[in-house]
Design a protein around this ligand. Sequence first.
Ligand SMILES: Nc1ncnc2c1ncn2[C@@H]1O[C@H](COP(=O)(O)OP(=O)(O)OP(=O)(O)O)[C@@H](O)[C@H]1O
Length: 347
Amino acid sequence: MSILLSNISKNFGTFAALDHINLEIPEGELVALLGPSGCGKTTLLRIIAGLESADQGRVLISGQDRTDHDVSQRGIGFVFQHYALFRHMTVFENVAFGLRVKPRRDRPSNDVITKKVHALLELVQLDWLHDRYPDQLSGGQRQRIALARALAVEPAVLLLDEPFGALDASVRKDLRQWLRNLHHDLNVTSIFVTHDQEEAMEVASQVVVLNHGRIEQQGSPSDIYDHPANAFVSRFIGQTNIFDMEDQDTDWLQTAGLSTAHQKGKIVHVRPHDIVIEKSSANSDAFVTLKDWQHLGALIRIELVKTGANGPAASVYAEMPNDQFKRLHLNKGDKVDLRIRHAHWFH
Ligand SMILES: Nc1ncnc2c1ncn2[C@@H]1O[C@H](COP(=O)(O)OP(=O)(O)OP(=O)(O)O)[C@@H](O)[C@H]1O
């Protein structure tokens, strides 16, 4: 089902947690609400769920105004990081719970419940754990069971608040892929909150970037990465080199190929992968040296130092595939030439 948020505002005392939020989420999308701590992500999710009421604005689900409906009438399933499983119930009973507490006229028979719970446990690939208790599961397994429990009542919308927040990096990575696949199979409109830009970019079909209770940008991960609407989004999504064209000696940027023809402001952001480096010839008067590098899996992150004619030395970061870097045969302290392939200008 689609979700439409119209002019949502929420204050806590005098603090504006959400400030005139307008957001349309088409049916079947997997949307990430992304932003720094305190920007209002959870508050927005709670307002969609009906766990919190907005001071102003409407929440429409499938075109129907649900603003005044309470949580049980919204057809929404949610998984919160600290919304623990029932410890005294087996995995099977945890997943069955939402079906068993339905009003008698809507409640499926025991046989139907049994079949459905096993099917859901198979979906999250944990049916073999059906008679265990939550304390006997790993963190990642618990999260998957929590998802199966949320899905049991066939929600029209699934909300996930930092679903993998408490897990270690490798489990998180597996679960991200798994959530994508699950969403692909079920196609339930889903919204998850994260402050991890990598997680948002990897999992979501649409990313909504929030800051100080406002939407800075909404778009596909590639839209947001390739066409950031403003300097905040550009900085928040991935690494970027930032140059202020007003207070530095900037000739070297132009020598490196930065075009000022389409200059829209005074701040330039250049992604590390948009900086190409080459070893300078021995008698070159290049003023950029290679300081250090780090392995980021398949990529190498290279720290360069621009020795200023007037000002202090500034660090510049470049990134390139491992094998390409090896072919350059560079050592620490080598002089390098830079080429800037692409830049974003901001005010
Ligand atoms: N019940 C409340 N009373 C007062 N202030 C609140 C309340 N709930 C949230 N806030 C404030 O509203 C702002 C938004 O909170 P929210 O939990 O939505 O942020 P968030 O983006 O989810 O942050 P995080 O990533 O840290 O969880 C924060 O500054 C928070 O302190």
